[in-house]
Design a protein around this ligand. Structure first.
Ligand SMILES: O=P(O)(O)OC[C@H]1O[C@H](OP(=O)(O)OP(=O)(O)O)[C@H](O)[C@@H]1O
Ligand SMILES: Nc1nc2[nH]cnc2c(=O)[nH]1
Length: 187
């Protein structure tokens, strides 16, 4: 399982954003081509390894959390919500500041309410900045974060977020940038 994901990560190009080594991968960038088998590998792994009966809503963070949330939603029949980079000004909208290793944005949460049982999915955790701010917003809303799942883990973001929030962050493959190339960190 996940061999496709590991293999594709080892092969993917890396570009520099300032001092930040940025891997370019179908799951995290939608380029150069997203093979359905790769997406299915990830979704089938989640379905095979998690009890999703309690989940009311899947939540994907724009942009690359969207394909994952969509695919998981279609296969499970669980509805999904997107945390957007655009404000809608709907009643109760929650604004969140997103800081990554190379960019910052505002994120906007609509459609998530107190006691919603949530599966939060995104493509990658690196510095943890995105996850940290979204998780804190869900805590303010009073939503119930049942699972937090990301296919790709890079750098120390996962540990930082787990320490700061007390939540368990599940990642499927851990990578490390060595000499500007992607390496897989085996458990
Ligand atoms: O752990 P962090 O350092 O916060 O990095 C992880 C975030 O970086 C990307 O978001 P970004 O908005 O840059 O890209 P996207 O719009 O392609 O998802 C990715 O989708 C994660 O949300
Ligand atoms: N594709 C991609 N997304 C990221 N989000 C945070 N870091 C990275 C990275 O190195 N590559």
């Amino acid at each position: 399982m996940l061999d496709e994901l590991k293999k594709s990560l080892l092969e993917c190009p890396v570009v520099k954003k300032g001092d930040y080594y940025y891997f370019v991968h179908p799951i995290s960038d939608g380029v150069p081509l997203v093979e359905p088998d790769l997406l299915n590998d990830i979704i089938d792994y989640i379905i095979d390894n998690y009890n999703l009966e309690l989940i009311d809503k899947i939540v994907g963070i724009e942009s690359m959390g969207i394909p994952l949330a969509t695919a998981l939603s279609i296969k499970t029949g669980i509805p999904f919500v997107v945390v957007r980079k655009r404000s809608y000004g709907l009643e109760g909208e929650c604004q969140v500041h997103q800081q990554t290793g190379y960019s910052e944005n505002e994120l906007y949460i609509n459609g998530i309410y107190e006691n919603d049982n949530i599966l939060l999915i995104d493509d990658v955790v690196s510095t943890g900045g995105t996850l940290l701010s979204v998780i804190k917003a869900f805590d303010r809303i009073g939503a119930n974060l049942v699972n937090i799942i990301l296919p790709i883990e890079k750098d120390q973001g996962r540990e930082i977020v787990e320490k700061e929030t007390g939540y368990t962050i599940d990642t499927l493959v851990r990578i490390k940038m060595v000499d500007g190339k992607v390496t897989i960190v085996e458990d």
